[in-house]
Write a protein that binds this ligand. Structure first.
Ligand SMILES: [Zn+2]
Length: 478
């Protein structure tokens, strides 16, 4: 080899190293007023806003762009990730696995399969589809947990999902552990048995496997926030800005729907989720719709109470100071509530999942920021679990509280596709009325205790109005 060709090879290698090194950078941005915050959230991925400082994650090119737009910013230098322990070989087959470690991708997939196979009367494994990275065999996986998993019963369907931002890993292990405990403690733990008997629970622990295992399938140490491209590079597409938006339409940021988004959209279309939670990290609070505008959802009070119930249980069961982040309400002013915020009150987001599920599917979704630290040291995972176990079970139980019914054809008993409106509460603009699940004709209108008037309407049929239907004050079950 000539000296010249060695020289060229060295340059090529340098280029390869340089392009692989383009990783997300965390930046603090000084925000003078609300309009600047909203504009920033259009440009880049905002992760927090508190005391006039926004935290964003972006590319070097986006940093240049923000500087051009006149933002004052500084790069956040965090200590190198430490305390990430991967689970030992064979962990996925243990009867009582330790939960202070991160599974490899293979262990995760094996654990999901094993749970479904070990509990054939309670659990089904669902492959929701491939992730974006075609160089890896990553799939979006879910477990369906219920007493009759093959039958679409007249029960509310609840969906829990985590880690669509790949480096927000605490919820991933927490969701896996929730599935494990729901199945292993069925029959011995009364509240868990009741929940599994009365609810169809869907759990997707890892919504962005490409991001979490960006550094290889055997480690989460190099996890990144964003989705990847087909060849496994950082796509800079934020999974929580990629959904159709009530205000800005199908593709609010101009990006096509990523495979991870399509998988979630397909699942939402094929099921009838009445309640869901999307778990993240980067703060400690519950965030509820809407994200895209300051308008309040007709169920604003119910959303607030649901979120406060989670935050309160987590504060009681977690270490001092846990789940009590206060974010000043930015829409209409007022004081903050520790551990709870309206989405737009915090910072506006277009293309987020909670608005998508709530607006386009008549569901009710909240976003749970479960740990301030994104890539959480593994030894802290059990603390997050202990803090949130009761809150999670109460959240699933919330799907039992409201008005439940079945709409069937009086002549043949077939389920009817009908719309249930709470008179004086629901609004067309918010699309807050719920529909029956056409599989069994059941509906579940989650509500706080009180008396409600219902209007039940179906195409080509006489509208029925029911007055003074009572939602009793029986509280959470755990
Ligand atoms: Zn997140």
């Amino acid at each position: 080899m000539t000296r010249h060709s060695i020289c060229i090879m060295t340059i090529l290698l340098l280029f390869a190293t340089a392009s692989a090194a383009v990783v997300p950078i965390e930046v603090e941005v000084v925000i003078e007023d609300r309009a600047r915050l909203d504009a920033l959230s259009w440009e880049v991925s905002v992760t927090d806003f508190v005391n006039g400082i926004a935290t964003v994650v972006c590319s070097p090119a986006q940093i240049d762009r923000l500087r051009d737009l006149g933002y004052q910013l500084s790069v956040i230098k965090r200590p190198k990730f430490t305390g990430i322990t991967m689970c030992p070989t064979g962990w996925e087959n243990l009867g009582t696995p330790s939960w202070d470690c991160y599974p490899t991708y293979a262990q995760y997939e094996a654990m999901m399969h094993r749970l479904a196979e070990s509990f054939p009367t309670l659990c089904r494994f669902h492959d929701l589809g491939p992730s974006a990275n075609l160089t890896k065999d990553h799939r979006l996986l879910a477990l369906e947990i219920s007493d009759n998993p093959d039958i679409d019963e007249a029960e509310p369907e609840v969906f829990l999902t985590s880690t669509m931002h790949g480096d927000e890993t605490a919820g991933y292990v927490t969701m896996l552990r929730l599935a494990f405990d729901l199945l292993n403690q069925y029959g011995s733990d009364v509240p868990i048995t009741d929940l599994v008997d009365q609810t169809e629970i869907w759990i997707n622990p890892l919504a962005n496997p490409d991001g979490t295992y960006f550094g290889g399938d055997d480690t989460v140490r190099s996890a990144i926030r964003f989705l990847t491209t087909a060849d496994g590079q950082v796509s800079w597409v934020n999974a929580n800005r990629n959904f159709p938006d009530p205000r800005y339409g199908s593709h609010p940021h101009g990006d096509p729907w990523w495979p991870e988004t399509v998988a979630m959209m397909d699942l939402a279309e094929s099921r009838h989720f009445v309640l869901s939670a999307n778990i993240h990290s980067g703060a400690e609070l519950i965030n509820y719709p809407w994200d895209t505008w300051c308008d309040r959802h007709p169920d604003d009070e119910w959303f607030f109470d649901l979120s406060l119930a989670w935050a309160t249980a987590a504060q009681e069961d977690g270490p001092s100071g846990y789940m009590d982040d206060c974010r000043q309400p930015g829409c209409f002013g007022g004081t903050c509530t520790p551990g709870v915020t309206n989405g737009a009150d915090w910072y506006m987001v277009a293309g987020g999942r909670q608005d998508f599920m709530t607006y386009f599917h008549g569901g009710r979704e909240v976003t749970v920021e479960i740990s301030s630290t994104k890539l959480l040291p593994s030894e802290q995972l059990p603390t997050i679990w202990t803090a949130n176990r009761r809150a999670l079970l109460n959240f699933i139980d919330a799907a039992q509280h409201g008005i439940h019914g079945t709409v069937i054809d009086a002549d043949n008993g077939n389920p009817v596709s009908a719309m249930i409106e709470i008179i004086g509460l629901d609004s067309v603009e918010a699309r807050s009325s719920v529909k029956t699940d056409t599989a069994a004709g059941d509906f579940h209108r989650l509500l706080n205790p009180g008396l409600y008037d219902l209007r039940i309407s179906a195409m080509g049929r006489r509208t029925v109005i029911l007055f003074d239907v009572e939602v009793p004050n029986d509280g959470p079950s755990v």
